[in-house]
Design a protein around this ligand. Structure first.
Ligand code: IPM
Ligand code: MG
Length: 393
């Protein structure tokens, strides 16, 4: 039976890289039907909803989505770009990828950050003898994907009942006299069940793929309640995994250790915001967002996406210069998820070979700033990178 995949290119370079990933999937012999899902800025502007109900229906039906990228803008900017006929209708812009994660309860986010041999963008550091060393990074970040600071429970000028509730906390005394319009509150809500789910997913992954440690990366010394709950659940779950060490780091220290000893970290697990931060940090060590893939997995639906943004300034460059590898690696995570791991491994090997050989490289891999001139200066086009991967298959 042929699978149906909901293909959601989104904005900007999402429209460029998603078709490339589909080209690689087909070349690897993966047979599927792709239905287009509308998502992104243009639907915000024209319909007041960047994640239309028809796209939600498609995902509910087919359960597997490939997603490109979206443009997100702050509240006021979004309101300005809304179609004039829709203004005053009370539409509020929310990032559609965040909405999608929440709507389908895609609470487990997996972000592997692995060094490809011979990638000129790999992190290097000075060694004791004055030379350089290139640590091999093999870290997989598990990010709680629906709660915390992303839950969207926030106000400027909170309603009276909220102020009263906050006032029951002795520490709110410091804010008691601040006028409502000068007071902004964003809540960080964790639940035990979801802490447990993300930590369990992290440990199971570590066991399945032979990682020696799981590091919970939070800030329990200051954010005692939410980070504290994540830590407590990690300790509880760890008891069922005596073969795997549980480490704990604070997010700030972890960002410092990124460049000191990144090779020491296997699986990392964190709440939503810290997972967002630490996954970009590790991605930077292995080539940056052009190589950073991710999976958003819920009980029923799963969506796979590169972690890069929509890079609107590159959307219209012809030929395109953006690196499709993050998107292709995300498609591989989709294959892993639906039981096509061998095919995924074959594509990953092809990518590894292309990078290692070094004949076909994106502009950033040859240390150029992005722009229309990079092709003339030796950078490969997006399509050439895809072609090279396909040739290795
Ligand atoms: C990510 C991105 C998103 C996030 C943005 C685009 C809303 O940074 O997937 O990491 O913050 O989750
Ligand atoms: Mg991010």
């Amino acid at each position: 039976m042929k699978r149906t995949i909901v293909a959601m290119p989104g904005d900007g370079i999402g429209k460029v890289v998603l078709p490339e990933a589909i080209r690689v999937l087909s070349a690897a012999g993966f047979e599927a039907e792709y239905v287009n899902g509308d998502i992104g800025w243009e639907f915000w502007c024209s319909e007041g909803n960047p994640l239309p109900q028809r796209t939600i229906d498609l995902l509910a039906e087919h359960r597997i989505g490939l997603f490109g990228a979206i443009t997100s803008k702050p509240k006021n900017k979004a309101a300005e770009e809304l179609d004039p006929s829709l203004r005053e209708n009370g539409y509020v812009y929310y990032s559609p990828i965040v909405s999608m994660r929440q709507h389908f309860d895609l609470d487990i986010c997996i972000r592997p950050c692995r060094t490809f041999p011979n990638n000129p963008l790999n992190f290097i550091r000075k060694s004791a003898d004055g030379g350089f060393e290139e640590p091999v990074v093999d870290t997989v970040v598990f990010r709680q994907n629906t709660q915390g600071l992303y839950a969207g429970v926030e106000w400027t000028n909170p309603p009276r009942q909220v102020r009263e509730a906050l006032d029951t906390h002795p520490r709110f005394a410091a804010f008691r006299d601040v006028p409502g319009e000068d007071l902004a509150v964003s809540t960080r809500i964790f639940t035990r069940e979801y802490c447990r789910r993300i930590v369990t997913a992290a440990f199971e992954y570590a066991r399945q793929f032979g990682y020696r440690s799981v590091t919970v990366c939070e800030k329990p010394n200051v954010i005692r309640e939410t980070s504290g709950m994540m830590e407590a659940e990690a300790a509880a779950v760890a008891r069922d995994f005596p073969d795997i060490q549980l480490w704990s780091t604070n997010i700030d220290a972890q960002m410092m250790w990124l460049t000191k000893n990144p090779e020491d970290y296997g699986v990392i697990v964190a709440g939503n915001m810290f997972g967002d931060i630490v996954s970009d940090g590790f991605a930077g060590l292995v080539g940056g967002l052009g190589f950073a893939c991710s999976a958003n997995i819920g009980r029923d639906v799963a969506v796979f996406e590169p972690t890069h943004g929509s890079a609107p300034k590159y959307e219209t460059l012809a030929p395109s210069i953006v690196n499709p590898i993050a998107m292709v690696l995300s498609a591989c995570m989709m294959l892993d998820h639906i039981g096509e791991k061998e095919r995924a491994d074959r594509i990953r090997s092809a990518i590894t070979a292309v990078i290692d050989e070094g004949a076909v490289r994106s502009y950033d891999m040859i240390k150029l700033a992005g722009g229309p001139d990079v092709i003339a200066r030796g950078a490969a086009t997006t399509q050439q990178i895809t072609d090279a991967i396909i040739a290795k298959l």
